[in-house]
Design a protein around this ligand. Structure first.
Ligand SMILES: Nc1ncnc2c1ncn2[C@@H]1O[C@H](COP(=O)(O)OP(=O)(O)OP(=O)(O)O)[C@@H](O)[C@H]1O
Length: 258
């Protein structure tokens, strides 16, 4: 088995005259946490949208777990083992913690009409198994949250909502988790707690790979094994956080140092 889980080859995506991705080459190894950083508009979120099948690339290839997944639709990408969170929360605020987590579990349930109508025992077992799985995931973040699985998520503070979003992504047992600015909208203390959470998830889930987009450099420094820096849709640097932070091109493009 190759140690590379995800690979971009010359990935490009244009929107009219805007080259959001401009020939990006990048690799994510199994089990690593990779930080994807760069100034606003450098193509970070577009790369997530291309990998997850929301956008079809203009050119280039995406390979995942030994397969070419270029241009596969969102559902097939999800079934292949890639899950994500979004920069802006996509939780259903009126629904419970349990319901929100289960939305991420749809590939694992046999929810055909015939099954639901005729196999009541099977349906019951499916719901019970889903509940046990969702509760276990949530308990991994917070025992208190796990005791409130039927509370509406709209009543929860931002950090708890982020935890639920990560659980919703993890319930599909992905091989790759894409986190788009998980610290957005959180306080310094909440961000610190979330970093502990993400490291704990990685410890619990052995060879899960994580790609994290973040503007908070403290988060990138603490969490990542490797970083890739984008500018105008191209990779301008990569390496450990210490290496990229010391790179003059990164300082000029990203940190605003001349
Ligand atoms: N759907 C779209 N239609 C038109 N232009 C888009 C679209 N999505 C992204 N872009 C443009 O592509 C470029 C890259 O955007 P992207 O959101 O990927 O950057 P980013 O690095 O994630 O930025 P940020 O850090 O602000 O989230 C920007 O110029 C953006 O305006």
């Amino acid at each position: 088995m190759s140690e590379v889980l995800l690979e971009f080859e010359g990935l490009a995506k244009s929107f009219g005259g805007v080259r959001a991705l401009d020939g990006l080459d990048m690799r994510v190894k199994r089990g690593e946490i990779l930080g994807l950083i760069g100034p606003n508009g450098s193509g970070k979120t577009t790369s997530f949208n291309v990998v997850t099948g929301i956008y079809t690339p203009t050119s280039g290839r995406v390979r995942f777990d030994g397969r070419d997944i270029t241009g596969l639709g969102a559902r097939k990408v999800y079934e292949a083992g890639i899950a994500r969170t979004f920069q802006r929360s996509r939780l259903c605020l009126d629904l419970s913690i349990f319901d929100n987590v289960m939305i991420g579990n749809h590939a694992r349930v046999n929810n055909g009409l015939w099954f639901n109508l005729m196999n009541r025992r099977g349906l019951r077992r499916e719901v019970e198994d889903g509940y046990a799985r969702a509760r276990e995931l949530v308990a991994g973040f917070s025992a208190d949250l796990a005791d409130r699985m039927f509370a509406p998520v709209g009543a929860l503070p931002m950090i708890e909502r982020r935890r639920i979003e990560i659980c919703r992504a993890l319930v599909s047992a992905p091989k790759l988790l894409l986190l788009d600015e998980p610290s957005a909208g959180m306080t310094h203390d909440e961000t610190a707690q979330l970093m502990d959470d993400i490291l704990a998830v990685r410890d619990r889930m052995g060879d899960l790979s994580i790609v994290i987009i973040e503007h908070e450099m403290g988060v990138i420094e603490r969490l990542t094994d490797h970083c890739v820096v984008l500018s105008y849709g191209r990779k301008i640097s990569e390496g450990s956080y210490a290496a990229i932070a010391a790179d003059p091109e990164v300082q000029t493009a990203y940190l605003g140092v001349d």
